[in-house]
Write a protein that binds this ligand. Structure first.
Ligand code: FDA
Length: 307
């Protein structure tokens, strides 16, 4: 029951101010968002890749309110890509972006988000890597998929995310699997109404398995975004049945969650990509991590009380 309450709070400015000002917040936030600046995140990138892990980098931020903020978000990614150039990691460090941070919700937002994300995709391609478009709430997805299709005309490696909890996703998966796209499948992290999304965990898991099967049997590149051990072993089974080799799909998990599993899968020869977020506008990302596991919230509250 706590999850939906926390997700509602993730959209509240009052809660944002309260949580951001709490003295112990940073310590708890660091577990999921291990840096605020490029200088802080580069050593983390070096450390994780030295351990055989691959990365997808997220500059945290979403729901911006002015075109200037959208341009600043674009520039933050360009700064990161510029620093990655020197590390020569190629596709071992790709980018994940949220189009709401690039202006998607502003007036003329679809065109603005496309105009802001394109230079990021171009810069990523110039250093031999790529970008994946994250999936946000269901109202943003038609625009996200249209931008994805547009970017793929010049940069076919551009990926996108689909969410198993949405009723629409099996149809999206079929379309993307047939056109050879890179696709990350996740359960879904937003508060969605029963008119568009499964609410029951077991139903979401069943949908996830159906969608994985579609992706594994298709011609694209499936990226399995989950920490759920049952889904991970089903993914391995489906991949083997579809005749996919270990480098023809990958696992993805979030920084700070089940780190032992990241290393175990990498040691088994899997491509294991860690979604690593950094930056100062961490509130929405952090609250979604709390909502996924209420024990995180108890830890957060206990840290505040015992301080
Ligand atoms: P589930 O929530 O059932 O968790 C399985 C186990 O993992 C738990 O029992 C627990 O041990 C551990 N775990 C999971 N979440 C945890 C947490 N926050 N803290 C501590 N332990 C935790 N969503 C979205 O809507 N759009 C997107 O673009 C993305 N992008 C994305 C990228 C990547 C790489 C991942 C892994 C996930 C996303 N997500 C996402 C988030 C996703 O939708 C989902 O909310 C989380 O992955 C949690 O779901 P699981 O599949 O891990 O299963």
């Amino acid at each position: 029951m706590l999850g939906p309450v926390i997700l509602a709070a993730s959209r509240s400015d009052r809660m944002r101010r309260l949580v951001s000002a709490a003295p112990v917040t940073k310590q708890v936030v660091d577990r999921f968002i291990p840096g605020e600046t490029v200088d802080e995140i580069v050593p983390i990138i070096e450390d994780l890749t030295a351990q055989g892990l691959e990365l997808t980098m997220d500059v945290v931020g979403e729901d911006i309110t002015t075109p200037e903020q959208a341009a600043a978000a674009r520039d933050a990614y360009l700064e990161l890509i510029d620093r990655l150039k020197g590390l020569e990691l190629g596709t071992r460090a790709e980018m994940s972006v949220k189009l709401s941070m690039f202006g998607q919700a502003l007036e003329g937002g679809h065109e603005l988000a496309l105009a802001n994300v394109r230079p990021v995709v171009e810069a990523a391609a110039a250093i031999g890597t790529t970008v994946t478009l994250d999936a946000e709430d269901h109202t943003t997805l038609d625009s996200m998929f249209a931008i994805h299709e547009e970017l793929r005309k010049d940069f076919p490696q551009t990926g996108c995310v689909i969410q198993a909890y949405l009723f629409r996703t099996e149809a999206d998966a079929r379309r993307l699997a047939a056109n050879g796209s890179r696709v990350r499948i996740v359960k879904g992290a937003y508060k969605e109404p029963a008119s568009v999304a499964h609410q029951d965990k077991a139903e979401i898991d069943k949908a996830y398995v159906r969608i994985m099967r579609i992706l594994m049997e298709g011609s694209g590149y499936p990226m399995i975004g989950s920490h759920d051990p049952r889904l991970i072993s089903i993914a391995q089974e489906l991949a083997a049945r579809a005749g996919r080799k270990l480098d023809e799909y990958e696992f993805q998990m979030l920084y700070g969650i089940r780190g032992d599993e990241h290393l175990r899968l990498a040691a088994e020869g899997h491509r294991m990509r860690v979604y690593t977020a950094y930056g100062t506008d961490w509130y929405g990302y952090f609250m979604r991590r709390l909502a996924e596991k209420p024990a995180n919230l108890r830890f957060f509250v206990r840290s505040m009380l015992t301080r």
